[in-house]
Design a protein around this ligand. Structure first.
Ligand code: X2N
Ligand code: HEM
Length: 518
């Protein structure tokens, strides 16, 4: 008999013996074993994993599958800081069955955001979450080259010429809101920014990017559909893309109705030959043919509109909520902002796009808010080919994920002295110093800086870099100017809620406002 066959027989009889022992146990003891087995397995697996020197160190965890989900989900930056102390800038942790490799700091930004297209994939990391919400054929439900072109198509509606038109519209929407919403009735009062800012954001973004037709529908039952769709865009959906629950059904129904509505709008404009340069709808109707000659379908244009609006909604609403709450603790800054606005606009109240370029404190307030509250605390990619960690023997295997967190560097003492203090004036000097690299690259949606080793990257970098930065600054700048012109306010800064899609303030997130006399 060969050695192998003998071994197999040996193992077989040992297995049978173990089975006999187990069957002889009481039911309670059997249950104990079944319960304990995953724990034993996971601990043995972690021990063996820790012996490999070609792997990034793995953060120890007790609970199988769940891994480090709770410390990460509650306080990601504190969790990262603790891991950094033990393992350095590069470590792995288990998040709900997925191995995440984190690389903190500028080297990590470069490693992950500038990784090769063949090695890492954003669509594989995000599609389960985004496709049920945005719909088929766009963003992360298509090959990367199509996403690059979709970003190029959308950018046509995000130019200086468009912003010049958007600013008065945004101002009108904000004024209309603060002069009619029940939370803003009277001379003074309290407002929950987690209600007001999402509403102001959706009204201003819909009116500018989707046009008056869609904006006016938001005063009707149509708004409920947005809320249903929104409830399908949470970290829970990231973990469980589809469950037989009412919220998932409402998400899918809301998607279908909204997508159909946008298609009807596209068709109406087409039929009436009413295609101008008003908004993103016009821009995509004019320019959405891929370089291979195929045109985006009307369904795909509708879904791209949903995706772009949804992305801008969460990030922008979070940012304006946070600057209101920070400024509420700094009446001195509100006065400084008021004086800056007055000195540039004079007796004029109607802010313009050009004015916004001449209001450094307004822009630095937004910049500082994004430093302290980068809306996306974690950016993910799925590893598609074994990936070597630079200057090491460590390999991140295919099937694992990489996670980059510019928000960690942005709130770190190493890069920003008094990192936890809200201080817009820290940006006064050196408006653009630090990003000394002028090397640029074009992935298909316009030139961007090649290097991503800056510690300050609220809009990401590389081929997936944000195209909404200028729109966000225009929208947020106009909202901030209009608030400063209209109100003085106070507040107490809430803690951060990291368990949402974007980093939000915890409830209660209120400001106490008072109308300015003039
Ligand atoms: C259960 C606490 O809460 O212990 F949207 F056109 C549109 C970003 C995807 C972030 C996923 C996991 C948090 C677990 C907490 C478009 C404008 C985009 C860009 C664990 C106990 C979408 C998932 C968040 C995992 C955190 C980014 C966005 N510009 N928008 N335990 O997508 O850009 C778009 C782009 C994602 C996440 C998480 C837990 C283009 C807990 C307690 C609980 N995350 N998260 N955008 N966790 N717990 C966007 C890229 C893309
Ligand atoms: C991508 C941040 C507003 C559209 C990104 C990324 C970040 C980001 C970090 C990179 C994601 C990744 O690498 O996985 C922000 C912040 C915003 C903001 C902080 C506001 C303060 C907007 C707005 C729009 C928008 C207003 C649309 C008008 C996009 C798009 C992408 C993107 C289309 C590209 C996604 C990709 O290529 O994978 N954004 N964003 N964003 N953002 Fe934004």
């Amino acid at each position: 008999m060969s050695g192998t066959a003998a071994l197999i027989q040996e193992v077989q009889s040992a297995g049978l013996y173990v089975l006999d022992v187990i069957l002889a146990l009481s039911t309670a003891q059997k249950i104990m074993i079944v319960v304990a087995l995953p724990f034993v397995y996971s601990i043995v697996w972690q021990l063996l994993y820790s012996l490999r020197n070609d792997r990034v160190p793995l953060v120890f965890y007790w609970i199988p599958w769940l891994g480090s989900a709770i410390p990460y989900g509650m306080q990601p930056y504190e969790f990262f800081a603790q891991c950094q102390q033990k393992y350095g800038d590069c470590f792995s942790f288990l998040l709900l069955g997925k191995v995440m490799t984190v690389y903190l700091g500028p080297k990590g930004h470069e490693f992950i955001l500038n990784a090769k297209l063949n090695d890492v994939s954003a669509e594989e990391a995000y599609t389960h979450l985004t496709t049920p919400v945005f719909g088929k054929g766009v963003i992360y439900d298509c090959p990367n080259w199509k996403l690059m072109e979709q970003k190029k198509f959308a950018k046509v509606a995000l130019t200086k010429d468009s912003f010049i038109k958007y600013v008065p519209i945004i101002r009108e929407e904000v004024l209309n809101y603060v002069n009619s919403d029940s939370q803003f009735r009277g001379k003074k009062g309290k407002v929950n920014v987690l209600k007001s800012q999402p509403e102001i954001t959706i009204f201003t973004a819909s009116r500018t990017l989707l046009g008056e037709e869609v904006r006016s529908m938001l005063n009707t039952g149509f708004a409920k559909l947005y809320s249903d769709l929104d409830k399908g865009f949470t970290p829970i959906n990231f973990v469980f893309p589809n469950l037989p629950l009412p919220s998932y059904k409402r998400r899918d129904e809301a998607h279908n109705i909204i997508s159909n509505t946008y298609m009807k709008l596209i068709n109406k404009r087409k039929q009436e030959n009413d295609i101008q340069d008003r908004d993103l709808v016009d821009a995509l109707m004019k320019n959405s043919t891929y370089k291979d000659g195929t045109a985006m379908t009307e369904r795909e244009i509708a879904n791209l509109l949903i995706g772009v609006l949804m992305g801008g909604q969460h990030t922008s609403a979070s940012t304006s909520s946070w600057f209101l709450l920070h400024l509420g603790e700094r009446p001195d800054l509100q006065e400084e902002l008021y004086n800056e606005i007055k000195s540039v606009l004079g007796d004029r109240k109607e802010v313009t796009y050009e004015d916004l370029q001449n209001l450094p404190l307004v822009n630095n307030t937004i910049k500082e808010t994004l430093r302290l509250h980068m809306p996306l605390h974690s950016i993910f990619r799925k590893v598609m080919n074994p990936l070597q960690v630079p200057d090491s023997k460590m390999i991140v295997p295919k099937g694992h994920y990489v996670l980059v967190s510019p928000g960690f560097a942005m709130t770190n003492e190493k890069y920003f002295p008094n990192a936890n203090t809200f201080e817009p004036h820290r940006w006064d000097v050196s408006q653009n110093a630090g990003s000394s690299d002028s090397d640029t690259v074009d992935y298909g949606f316009g030139t961007i800086t090649k290097g991503v080793s800056s510690p300050y990257l609220p809009f990401g970098g590389g081929r997936h870099r944000c195209i909404g930065e200028q729109f966000a600054y225009t929208q947020l700048g106009t909202i901030l100017v209009t608030f400063i012109q209209t109100f003085k306010w106070t507040s107490k800064l809430p803690k951060v809620d990291y368990s949402s899609m974007v980093t939000l303030p915890e409830e209660p997130a209120e400001i106490e406002w008072e109308r300015r006399a003039d």
